[in-house]
Design a protein around this ligand. Structure first.
Ligand code: 5AD
Ligand code: SF4
Length: 453
């Protein structure tokens, strides 16, 4: 048996892709390992969204070069190195030039061809084989159906790529044009997951709520709201989520799904990026801050307990103090349960990277600190409100401490408790005893061990 080590950077889509790469390579004799030094193949599944994320790849490659050399010198063992994901797609040539000891470079749309690339790779050649095409064929049609069980909470990719072209974002270039997987294929994969013990499925897509498809009987067109309704019919599928969404695609059918589908968890990640209309326009987001507020109001009318999450960028070119104040105002108005916020990072090839009015690093840092202070306070307040509540928690895995188990609340909070491994996969009603900044605790005494199996 050969050993495969995959390191995943970036978004949940990459987590899903890494699992699929392992599935694709399994029939060729690779089994996963947690130790890169023992691996016969190492894959870095990379992220290009911000500069920091892509820089990490080159520092990791430097370390892998040493491991590869050591395997060769001390054990006469070949270690293959592959770079996959969005840095591979965007900077394939740069990688082969700067790191010729990399054996394979494979983009997000061609990793189903990994076995062929492995066959072509020649570790002695100091030359990479590169496959960063956007091929005619769709990789999902080539991924093995028989995969190892993926645990109580699994990802399912339903949509990829993006046609929105926000002016800061590399995704339309690295992941390509928007594509929706056929409904029948998604429903099949969901049924297989549930048969393997999965209780919660998170539908993934760079623009997941742009998903659209034709049902098997070819009648009409489905949007994501309809797909969620169909998935909710699967026996044993207890929880549904989806991420990540664009406000423009938040249609009424999807919003009412939050009212009508008990399995659809009361949590939504809906990035707005900025609260300023002029910055939203410069970002090519094609909606205003008030459009976003109206969507949130509608969602809260339909599902009053819905917890909201978002993404924010500070220091976008041209962002004035007033624009930033509009973002703070929007955050104050909406109230988030959690959020991700970033300093604008100019990405090569995107329209905003060459725009006038690039913002000073210190200003970006100050704005980010102010925004994060507000978002952290909102998150803590949200968590505090859960103290004393009884919440259904899906126990997902063991925690890092002895005897500790961890799972997620309906609102996506991490929950920790003392418990037994046999509880994994159960949805248990737990009494929340203490709220922290990033998690909730409950005591074993309060934990109802009779939760639904
Ligand atoms: N700079 C900073 N943040 C970015 N994001 C995407 N591109 C950039 C960039 N160039 C953020 C957005 C997006 C999230 C996934 O990453 O907030 O929603
Ligand atoms: Fe990037 Fe905008 Fe597409 Fe999201 S919607 S992936 S931010 S271009």
């Amino acid at each position: 048996m050969k050993k495969l080590y995959i390191k995943t950077f970036g978004c949940q889509m990459n987590v899903y892709d890494s699992e699929r790469m392992a599935d694709v390579l399994a029939p060729t004799g690779y089994t996963p390992t947690q130790a890169p030094e023992d691996a016969d193949m190492v894959i870095l599944n990379t992220c290009h969204i911000r500069e920091k994320a892509s820089e990490k790849v080159f520092s990791d490659l430097g370390r892998l070069r040493v491991l590869k050399q050591r395997a060769q010198d001390q054990q006469n063992r070949q270690m293959l190195i592959a770079v996959a994901g969005c840095v591979a797609q965007a900077e394939g040539e740069e990688i082969t030039r700067r790191a010729p000891y990399v054996d394979m470079v494979v983009g997000p749309q061609t990793y189903h061809r990994l076995p062929e690339l492995v066959a072509k790779a020649d570790p002695a050649a100091r030359k990479s084989v590169v496959d960063t095409e956007f091929p005619e064929e769709v990789k999902f049609d080539f991924l093995p159906e028989e995969a190892s069980p993926r645990g109580p909470a699994a990802f399912l990719s339903v949509q990829e790529g993006c046609d929105k072209f926000c002016s800061f974002c590399v995704v339309p270039y690295t992941r390509g044009a928007e594509f929706s997987r056929p409904a029948a294929q998604i429903l099949d994969e969901a049924r297989r997951l549930v048969a393997g013990g999965t209780k919660e499925i998170t539908l993934l897509g760079q623009n997941v709520n742009a998903w659209h498809g034709t049902p098997a009987d070819n009648r009409g067109e489905w949007g994501l709201g309809r797909l969620l309704r169909e998935l909710a019919e699967i026996d044993g599928l207890e929880r549904l989520r989806y991420t990540t969404s664009h406000p423009l695609d938040m249609d009424e059918a999807l919003m009412t799904a939050h009212r009508d589908i008990p399995a659809l968890m009361p949590y939504l990640h809906l990035p707005v990026q900025s609260g300023s209309d002029s910055i939203l326009s410069a970002m090519n987001r094609r909606h205003t801050a008030d459009d976003y507020r109206r969507i949130i109001d509608r969602l809260r009318t339909l599902r009053p307990d819905i917890a909201l999450s978002g993404d924010f960028i500070v220091g976008f070119p041209g962002e004035s103090d007033k624009d930033f104040a509009d973002t703070i105002k929007l955050v104050s108005d909406v109230g988030y349960a959690s959020a991700y916020s970033f300093k604008y990072s100019a990405r090569p090839g995107t329209p905003a990277s060459g725009a006038d009015g690039q913002i000073d690093e210190q200003v970006k840092s100050d704005r980010l600190a102010a925004l994060q202070q507000l978002l952290d306070a909102q998150q803590l307040a949200f968590n505090k409100k859960c103290e004393g509540m009884r919440l259904p928690v899906l126990i997902e895995k063991q925690g890092s401490r002895d005897g500790q188990m961890t799972g997620r609340s309906p609102f996506m909070q991490s929950v920790y408790l003392s418990g037994e491994a046999s509880w994994i996969g159960r949805i248990m009603d737990l009494d929340i005893t203490e709220a922290r900044q990033n998690s909730l605790l409950c005591t074993p005494a309060a934990a109802s061990t009779k939760g639904a199996a």
